[in-house]
Design a protein around this ligand. Structure first.
Ligand code: 89V
Length: 338
C-alpha cells in the first residue's frame, strides 16, 4: 500500500508525540514541518527525520506533494490552515478543540465539506485503553441498563508548565479539557438533551476558568455528571487519568487509580487492570494520553484511506457544541437544551 504523505503544522509540545504516534503506524510518512518560528520546526524535524521545514505555510503547500496535513498550531489558527489545505484538495487532521468558537468550528467543518476533503479531529481521550475497555464491558450488558454516569478529571497538575498559552485563554478548562471529557461523555453515554454547567477560577494567575461541573440529561435517559478541575489537590494526584463510575440496573463499573476497572454485580466484584501501551518516546507523566495518540491516529488513518473513523469533523462538531453550550449555561445560569 502506498504511504500517505503528510505535513505537520505546528511544532510545539504535542507535535513531539503526534509525530512519533504516526510513525508507529505503517503506511504514513511525515515529509514536511511548518512552524512560524523556523528554528522550532527545524528542531522537531531533525528529531524525527523530517526532510523539509518551513516558516511559511503557503510555500509548504505549494512545494510539497501531500495527502493530508496534521494541524496542531494555536487553536485560533486552525481554521486558516485547514482552509489553505482544503483549497489544495488535501484531507485535514486537526487537533482538538477544532476552533476557538462554535461558529469557527462550524465554518471549518463546512469549508472541508465544500472542498470535498475529509476532516478528522485528533481527539485522543476516547481512545485511552482503560476507557475503551469500560465501553466494551458496558456493551456486554453485564451491568444492565445504565442510568447514571460520573466522569471525573480533577487534579492539581501544573499543566501550564508545558502549555503556557493555556493560562491566557479566556475560556480554559471546558474548551481544553471539556473537549476531551465531553467527548468521552458522548462516547460512553450517547448524545445530551440538555446541559447545566457551573465554572470557577481558583488559580488567580490564569485568565479563564479552571473548574467546571457539568450535569447532562442524555437522550437515552442517563443522568451524566462530568467534573473537570486543575485546582484540586487530591490525596493521590490523578493526572492524567479520567475516572468513571457507571451505574446500571444490574451492577456498576468503576475505573479507578492505576487503570483498575472493577465490575460489581449481585454476584460480587471482578477486578482487572488495563494499562496503556508504553512507547519509548512518550513522556511518562502523560503516558496514558500520549499512548492513546497511536490508537487515535490509527483510526484516523483508516478514515484517510476511505474507511470508517470515529472522530470525523462532523462528529466532533457535536462535542464542540456541547462545550459551547456548557459555557452558555455557565454564563446565563440556565439549563441549556441542545
Ligand atoms: O490534551 C490536552 O488538551 C491538554 C491537557 C489534557 C493536558 O490539558 O491540554
Amino acid at each position: 500500500m502506498e504511504k500517505l504523505r503528510f505535513a505537520i503544522f505546528g511544532t510545539g509540545f504535542w507535535s513531539n508525540y503526534q509525530i512519533p504516534g504516526w510513525l508507529e503506524l505503517d503506511g504514513v510518512e511525515c515529509v514536511a514541518a511548518y512552524n512560524r518560528t523556523k528554528s522550532k520546526a527545524q528542531a522537531v524535524a531533525s528529531k524525527f527525520g523530517i526532510s523539509n521545514v518551513y516558516d511559511d505555510a503557503a510555500t509548504l503547500l505549494e512545494n510539497e506533494d501531500l495527502d493530508f496535513v496534521d494541524i496542531c498550531t494555536d487553536v485560533d489558527t486552525h481554521l486558516r490552515f485547514a482552509e489553505m489545505a482544503a483549497d489544495k484538495g488535501l484531507n485535514v487532521v486537526c487537533q482538538k478543540p477544532l476552533a476557538a468558537s462554535l461558529e469557527a468550528a462550524e465554518e471549518l467543518v463546512s469549508v472541508c465539506r465544500e472542498r470535498d476533503v475529509r476532516l478528522f479531529a485528533n481527539e485522543n481521550f476516547r481512545w485511552q485503553a482503560p476507557l475503551r475497555k469500560v465501553k466494551d464491558i458496558v456493551d456486554t450488558g453485564i451491568i444492565g441498563d445504565v442510568f447514571k454516569v460520573r466522569i471525573s478529571f480533577v487534579s492539581a497538575f501544573p499543566v501550564f508548565e508545558n502549555q503556557p498559552f493555556l493560562a491566557d485563554l479566556d475560556h480554559f478548562i471546558v474548551a481544553d479539557v471539556g473537549s476531551h471529557i465531553l467527548d468521552v461523555v458522548r462516547f460512553l453515554c450517547g448524545e445530551a438533551k440538555s446541559i447545566h454547567c457551573l465554572t470557577n477560577r481558583i488559580n488567580p494567575s490564569i485568565k479563564g476558568e479552571d473548574v467546571a461541573n457539568c450535569f447532562m440529561d442524555m437522550e437515552n435517559g442517563i443522568h451524566c455528571f462530568a467534573e473537570m478541575s486543575y485546582a484540586s489537590i487530591m490525596e493521590k494526584e490523578q493526572f492524567p487519568q479520567t475516572f468513571v463510575l457507571l451505574e446500571g440496573s444490574k451492577g456498576s463499573i468503576v475505573l479507578d487509580h492505576g487503570f483498575e476497572i472493577r465490575v460489581t454485580t449481585r454476584s460480587g466484584t471482578e477486578k482487572e487492570t488495563v494499562a496503556p501501551k508504553m512507547y519509548d518516546w512518550l513522556d511518562p507523566e502523560y503516558a496514558l494520553l500520549h499512548s492513546s495518540i497511536v490508537d487515535t491516529q490509527k483510526n484516523i488513518l483508516e478514515g484517510l484511506r476511505g474507511g470508517e473513523a470515529e472522530t470525523t469533523g462532523e462528529d466532533n462538531l457535536k462535542t464542540v457544541k456541547l462545550v459551547w453550550k456548557a459555557y452558555e449555561s455557565a454564563e446565563t445560569g440556565k439549563i441549556i437544551n441542545l
